[in-house]
Ligand binder design. Structure first.
Ligand SMILES: [Zn+2]
Length: 147
């Protein structure tokens, strides 16, 4: 458990420092940040698994743990990170994470899509098709804006 938590917190720290470097205030939006942090943790662990080849599967352990969070209502936004991992292919995962990094400090909490995502991600596991809908909302929210 400790290594998954350590990597999770590392990504928060990274996202925070990116925002500071861009001279933006860190507008932590719990429901988006925790989903994206869990997705990033899984992507990272998959690489670690390839490098160190430990005697147990660090990735399988982590994704099971995160998936189960979808069943625990207060942790649903964390669990949604496992849905993102399962649903997206490798390039799409990298793209979503990079879009998030670029959008850090620029996500408008009063935007209708953000409000809807924040509300519905809690229900993702319990309502049919809601996860798909939340994924579409998140892609839209993080989509790069033309300058
Ligand atoms: Zn967190």
């Amino acid at each position: 458990m400790v290594y998954t938590t350590a990597i999770h917190e590392l990504f928060h720290a990274f996202f925070h420092s990116v925002t500071e470097k861009n001279k933006k205030s860190y507008n932590y939006i719990f429901q988006i940040e925790e989903s994206m942090t869990e997705l990033s943790t899984l992507v990272c662990l998959q690489e670690i698994q390839k490098i160190i080849k430990p005697s147990f599967d660090v990735f399988d352990f982590a994704i099971d743990t995160i998936r189960n969070k979808q069943n625990i209502l207060p942790l649903a936004p964390y669990g949604f990170g496992a849905f993102l991992y399962d649903k997206l292919d490798k390039n799409e995962r990298y793209e979503l994470i990079n879009n998030y990094v670029k959008k850090l400090g620029n996500i408008d909490e009063n935007d209708d899509k953000v409000k809807e995502y924040k509300e519905k991600v809690w229900l993702s596991y319990f309502v049919s098709d809601n996860q798909e809908h939340c994924l579409e909302l998140l892609k839209e929210i993080l989509k790069p804006t033309a300058k």
